[in-house]
Design a protein around this ligand. Structure first.
Ligand code: RUQ
Ligand code: CUA
Length: 639
């Protein structure tokens, strides 16, 4: 093992070129290489053999020839892309291949446009929290492909899992995961809407109540199962290593987690010390059996049953040794292989899933499940697939995408002469996640690949200190990889899935089946009113006032109402227009109140009336009609 350097030491040796753009790339490379240069395993074979040279970036397309991703004005995309929104806490919907942003779905964030985080229902889901960090979006499955019902997304910041109902593209559930910090990788089961498995990346004392704070050897992490239908936490498995990315098989037998810190370290140096870390395999049937039989503990205040699987391999968990701080684990569309990207090793370890049962039974060693380990480049992170037996791995340090063939990689590992590397293409720059059209399903179709690059550097107009990230679209339909589109993005989409458009069916006016309608109906029943026809001020006890109001373009059902200074005012507004996209809003001047109310929808929001008596205008803040500006009324605040 060569001597380790901290990133600061390494970068301080770098002669900084004049242009800031190049400097940034240089620094990234130098800093990142600390990880790899310090890695002994398996550096012996680390020199890329006869790999094809990276394809040069295509020059700007000539004006007369549209790129293959061109979607003409008025034409629709073939795919929905679901992008996480990173630190923005949201989820984004993109059209693929045009890479046009179609919508933002607020989830863990406060959003002014829709009132998410301010409306009564969203406040209830968020429980007062206003920030999030979404990384991984995945859709619910049936028989190995998407069923179009739900999307699930993690929140790393507060260890939460949220669900989006795809019919409305709105968040309908959020659950907080106990005994966890840094919930990172998530993956739903693929045979049906079953469990959603969630990894906590940060190890903490269990119980985290002040005990064992300074003793990391007592820290542990949780692999948590949430019921994808009810969004209740069903069980947890406690393990010693911190868990990164997550995957599930196609049969409902196993879930997988990459563990990059087998050292149990709490500093960078400690976490990078070992040459081998692990791919954890969780045996779901055995875990559920233990839960059913009560062979569980509880941790802290949580009632969730916990299977304690720390220490040695057991019927519950097996640890397959893989080099070195592995990051992404992805299952190929045949369901046969789990591909685990080495991050600090230039390799991807390919685990043959049908060997796992023998390893659990002790007939073979866990490491014997590895059937290939191709060298794909420096800093492999995530892998996507086509329908022709090829894998596409994002290579962070080299800033390339590598296409390699799984069968050839297995042949090479077994001593054969095949070269699995098929093609490479430069991406710009430092690619993190990647995904291909339908890649996470058995219906992978090998058409489009996205490379979510963490840095764009010199590719766009400079916009201040932070440059956009760059989501690049790559045509993978041919033998080579062709970058066809640069997509600047803000606030770090970490991951994306690309879904055939026929799978998604949205509603055009609210069907009033969302869970939140039960809440509105209960209030209406209590007050003896009909939500969609009532315009009325109802004084509740004390200083509480409930206001039922309707909207129908271009008028509110009530032009004025009166409250007292300091009243707690709840607006319950129903949009009774029954036309698609005929959206109204309710905005109250000087009160920080703004919310969207879609066609046939009801929304509610609660605020404190100003202590300053006077006239306050409310208005419709979503364009709805030629007389949209006239759609307003007065709130009289009386002393
Ligand atoms: S991680 S760059 Cu949050 Cu998905 Cu891999
Ligand atoms: Cu109603 Cu604008």
């Amino acid at each position: 093992m060569t001597e380790k350097k901290t990133p600061t030491e390494a970068t301080s040796e770098v002669v900084v070129p004049e242009r800031t753009n190049s400097r940034r790339r240089f620094l990234m490379g130098a800093g990142a290489v600390v990880g790899t240069s310090a890695v002994a395993w398996p550096m012996a074979g680390c020199q890329p053999a006869a790999e094809p040279a990276a394809t040069p970036t295509p020059a700007a397309a000539p004006a007369h020839k549209a790129p293959s991703s061109h979607v003409a004005p008025g034409q629709m995309d073939d795919y929905y892309g679901f992008w996480s929104g990173g630190q923005s806490g949201e989820v984004r919907i993109m059209g693929v291949p045009s890479m046009r942003e179609l919508k933002r779905i607020p989830v863990f964030n406060r959003e002014s446009a829709t009132g998410w985080g301010a409306t009564d229902f969203s406040k209830k889901l968020l429980g007062g929290r206003m920030a999030g960090d979404t990384h991984h979006v995945h859709l619910s499955y049936k028989d190995g492909t998407y069923d179009g019902r739900y999307a699930y997304v993690n929140d790393k910041l507060t260890a939460r899992l949220a669900r989006i109902r795809l019919a409305t593209m709105e968040c309908d559930k959020i659950v907080e995961i106990p005994n966890s910090q840094g919930t990172h990788g998530i993956f739903p089961q693929r045979h049906k809407t079953g469990l959603v498995l969630c990894n906590s990346e940060f190890r903490t004392p269990q119980v985290n109540d002040g005990r064992d704070m300074k003793d990391p050897s007592k820290y542990a992490a949780m692999h948590t199962a949430v019921d994808g239908e009810t969004m209740e936490v069903k069980w947890q498995v406690m393990v010693e290593g911190n868990l990164d990315l997550c995957a599930t098989d196609y049969e409902g037998k196993y879930s997988f987690a990459c563990c990059y810190n087998s050292e149990g370290g709490v500093t960078l140096e400690e976490m990078m010390a070992a040459d081998l870390d692990h791919l954890y395999v969780f045996n779901l049937a055995e875990i559920e059996k233990a839960v059913a039989e009560g062979k569980t503990i509880t941790v802290g205040n949580s009632k969730v049953p916990v299977v304690d699987a720390r220490g040695a391999d057991s019927v519950y968990v097996m640890r397959i040794p893989v080099p070195k701080s592995p990051h992404g684990v992805n299952i190929d569309p045949t369901g046969k292989y789990a591909c685990c990207a080495g991050k600090l090793s230039p390799t991807v370890s390919v685990v043959q899933i049908d060997k796992i049962a023998d390893a659990f039974a002790g007939k073979i060693k866990p490491r014997d499940c590895v059937v290939a380990e191709p060298e794909v480049g420096l800093g492999p992170l995530h892998t996507a697939f086509d329908n022709r037996g090829n894998a596409y791995t994002s290579i962070f340090i080299d800033s390339v995408m590598t296409k390699w063939n799984i069968a050839d990689a297995i042949d090479q590992y077994g001593g054969g002469s095949a070269n699995p590397i098929r093609a490479k293409v430069d991406v710009h720059y430092q690619v993190g996640h990647t995904n291909a059209s339908m890649s996470e399903t058995k219906e992978a179709d090998g058409k489009w690949l996205v490379a979510l690059c963490k840095f764009s550097k010199d590719r766009f107009l400079p916009v201040g200190m932070l440059h956009p990230e760059n989501d690049q679209l790559i045509d993978i339909s041919g033998d080579q990889l062709e970058v066809v589109h640069d997509g600047p993005t803000f606030s770090e989409p970490h991951d994306a899935v690309i879904v055939r458009r026929d799978i998604i069916e949205t509603i055009q006016v609210q069907d009033r089946k969302d869970e939140r309608f039960a809440m509105y109906e209960a209030w209406a029943k209590e007050d003896g009113v009909e939500l969609q026809s009532t315009n009325k001020v109802i004084r509740k006890g004390g200083n509480k006032v409930r206001i039922y109001i309707t909207s129908q373009a271009p008028k509110f059902g009530m032009n004025e109402f009166s409250v007292k200074a300091g009243d707690e005012v709840q607006i319950i507004m129903s949009n009774i227009d029954n036309v698609q996209d005929l959206t109204h809003g309710f905005a109250m001047c000087q009160h920080d109140v703004s919310m969207i109310v879609n066609a046939q929808d009801t929304q509610s929001i609660t605020f404190t009336a100003s202590s300053q008596p006077g006239v306050y205008w409310y208005y419709c803040n979503w364009f709805c009609h030629a007389l949209h500006l006239e759609m307003r009324g007065r709130m009289f605040v009386e002393a």
